[in-house]
Design a protein around this ligand. Structure first.
Ligand code: GSH
Length: 206
């Protein structure tokens, strides 16, 4: 059976479990990272020398890096749906996955750490504001892109909706004021209504 190591509070682990749920895979998730530890044992470091979650093991094949895992699972089990077969459509999905990993999630990281994982008396208001501004810039790009599109890559749900959906879940649930983003909010509500999206989109930020 497919094994997934990682705590569910990790946005990167969330991508993998959502992908598994979309495909309908049978998998075992083993808590690791954060207060669960386990990710600095020699056995774990042999799977991922970075000591980070998630990691998967699929019939002896070990893989880390959340977006690489989502691409692998989608290509193996869902080519033509989550992972388009046609080169241009696939590149579009791939591009938006890169945008999530290198732009959107990093933009909101400080706001998340300060507002969710830092005690109120130790928070850095300037860091929150700088991160909020960067997150707004990215959210405006996403909102504009979604105008006239049902999904990130056009008219079909794809791996890009999963990874950006995890980032948007974090952004839209941060305890702070945000600009209204009607297209982003419409798309996120649709994600929440997908049975496979519920596990992640019903999580509280911790
Ligand atoms: N680029 C990596 C980043 C992985 C990462 O930063 N994971 C964090 C959780 S989101 C982690 O393992 N933190 C240490 C811990 O949980 O103990 C990926 O996408 O998988």
């Amino acid at each position: 059976m497919l094994r997934v190591w990682g705590r569910l509070s990790s946005v990167n682990v969330q991508k993998v479990v959502w992908c598994c749920d979309e495909i309908g895979l049978d998998y075992e998730r083993i808590d690791a990272g954060g207060t669960f530890g386990r990710n600095n044992t020699p056995e774990y470091l042999a799977m991922n020398p970075n000591g980070l979650v998630p990691v998967i093991e699929d019939d002896g094949f070990v893989l880390y890096e959340s977006n690489a895992i989502v691409r692998y699972l989608a290509a193996k089990h869902a080519t033509g749906t989550l992972w388009p077969a046609e080169a241009h459509a696939r590149a579009d999905v791939d591009r938006w996955m890169e945008w999530q990993a290198t732009g959107y999630t990093p933009s909101m990281l400080q706001a998340f750490w300060q507002l969710v994982r830092t005690p109120p008396d130790q928070r850095d208001a300037a860091a929150v504001e700088a991160s909020r501004a960067k997150g707004e810039k990215h959210s405006a790009i996403l909102d504009a892109h979604l105008k006239g599109r049902e999904f990130i890559a056009g008219n079909a749900f794809s791996a890009a909706d999963i990874v950006i959906g995890c980032a948007a879940h974090r952004w839209l649930n941060l305890p702070m004021a945000r600009e209204p983003r009607p297209e982003l909010e419409r798309w996120y509500a649709m994600l929440k209504s997908r049975p496979a999206g519920r596990q992640v989109t019903s999580l509280q930020l911790t």
